[in-house]
Design a protein around this ligand. Structure first.
Ligand code: NAD
Length: 375
């Protein structure tokens, strides 16, 4: 019997309109090739442009309901936001605050140098860079506790509160150990330099007390995973080592904002932010969205690299496959991953961020063809 899954598709701003349709084409091809059924709801629109176009009254298409979000097997969305409206739009951008309400506490952001792609790190070859930044996704500087003291003049003050809990640290650190064990989302399990499975914890203990808790938690749970090597780094030093010896890293777990920033840096390490797929994962829900934003500097020109969005939806299939016990979905992620490698490696179709002159849909079509050809 063909198993069926409900997928909620959401667009967003800027290049979301260009890359989301390519991800949908790849999902549709994967249904045919791997033999499952995806009921794709949408894609529905939301975001800054939607808000402006609707007299600044609605932020999302009213067809998107809370029930749809909670009942979907998987969700994916393009980036949301345009710089000129940051801070002006009402929140949330959807009927629920996705990260805390869906409790997707693990943001999985792989950094892999793929065939046919040049890293900004001179001399690095594919296979030498293959780490995953695991960003805690619900705590730290983005909990939203803070305010603005408007006294005027030099004494004005902005405050953000840095919150980390034992539970929050522990569950994402355990997720990191499990990720090192499974090797999921990597080209190959283990660190490229020595093949060892390794979890690195990066934060700023000794300075931030919440990071003392992060480090203590890391050290407390590590003995339960004797098959995974461990490593701790102050996050400022890690940003140096990531560029100097990226091959040493396998899985790197970090508090929220550090992971946000360093995964953008890792976009450059892997050759382009346009390759940076990502997944927000929890126990009961997941939603896929690329690491990058709406790229207003290139939006509307149909030249964005859709790889990030395509890999993100592939990661979503893998997560659903795990949760629902469906090997076909896990095979589909592997197939999508391999199809992307094949197109990049052949280099016949290349978007401008990778030095080519092909458009978003040409690249998307090539991935669909490669996916069909491999099976
Ligand atoms: P950005 O990530 O949108 O762009 C940074 C650079 O990367 C740009 O030069 C852009 O052209 C390039 N880039 C990004 N994605 C690409 C792709 N797929 N192909 C080729 N090149 C790509 O960062 P920004 O310009 O600082 O942010 C733009 C807007 O996006 C802001 O309003 C921000 O708030 C929002 N944003 C949203 C999310 C999200 O929805 N998850 C995440 C980050 C930023």
């Amino acid at each position: 019997m063909t198993r069926s899954y409900k997928i909620l598709a959401l667009k967003g701003d800027g290049i979301a309109h260009e890359i989301v349709p390519e991800a949908i084409s790849v999902l549709k091809a994967s249904e045919e090739v791997y033999g499952f059924d995806l009921e794709i709801l949408g894609p529905y629109d939301l975001g800054a442009q939607f808000w402006v176009d609707h007299d600044r009254e609605e932020v999302w298409d009213p067809a998107i309901t809370e029930e749809m979000i909670f009942e979907a097997d998987g969700i994916f969305k393009g980036p949301v936001g345009l710089p000129q409206y940051v801070g002006l739009m009402p929140r949330p951008y959807l009927p629920v605050n996705m990260r805390p309400d869906l409790d997707v506490y693990a943001n999985i952001r792989p950094c892999r140098l793929r065939p046919g792609v040049k890293s900004v790190l001179v001399g690095r070859e594919p296979g030498e860079i293959d780490y995953v930044i695991l960003r805690e996704n619900t705590e730290q500087m983005y909990v939203g506790i803070g305010g603005y003291l408007s006294r005027g003049g030099d004494t004005e003050m902005g405050v953000d509160t840095y919150v980390q809990t034992r539970r929050g640290c522990e569950r994402v650190i355990r997720y990191g150990f499990e990720l090192a064990r499974s090797g999921d989302y990597k080209g190959r399990p283990g660190a490229p330099s020595d093949g060892k499975r390794r979890l690195t914890g990066a934060a700023k203990w000794g300075i931030c007390r919440a990071d003392d808790l992060f480090k203590e938690t890391f050290e407390r749970v590590a003995p339960e995973y004797p098959d995974v090597g461990t490593d701790l780094a102050w996050v400022d030093a890690w940003s140096y080592w990531a560029l100097m010896r990226p091959d040493y890293y396998d899985i790197v777990v970090m508090p929220n904002q550090y992971g946000d920033i360093l995964s953008d840096m890792s976009g450059a390490v892997q050759g382009s932010l346009g390759l940076a797929g990502a997944l927000n994962a929890g126990e009961d829900h997941c939603y896929a969205e690329p690491t990058h934003g709406s790229a207003p500097d290139i939006a509307g020109r149909a030249i964005a690299n859709p790889t990030s969005m395509i890999l993100s939806v592939g990661m979503m299939l893998n997560w659903i496959g795990d949760k629902r016990g469906d090997a076909k979905l896990k095979a589909a992620w592997k197939g999508i991953d391999a199809a992307v490698d094949r197109v990049l490696g052949e280099g016949k179709v290349r978007t401008p961020d990778l030095g080519g002159s092909d458009g978003t849909s040409s690249f998307g079509r090539a991935v669909v063809e490669a996916l069909r050809a491999e099976n």
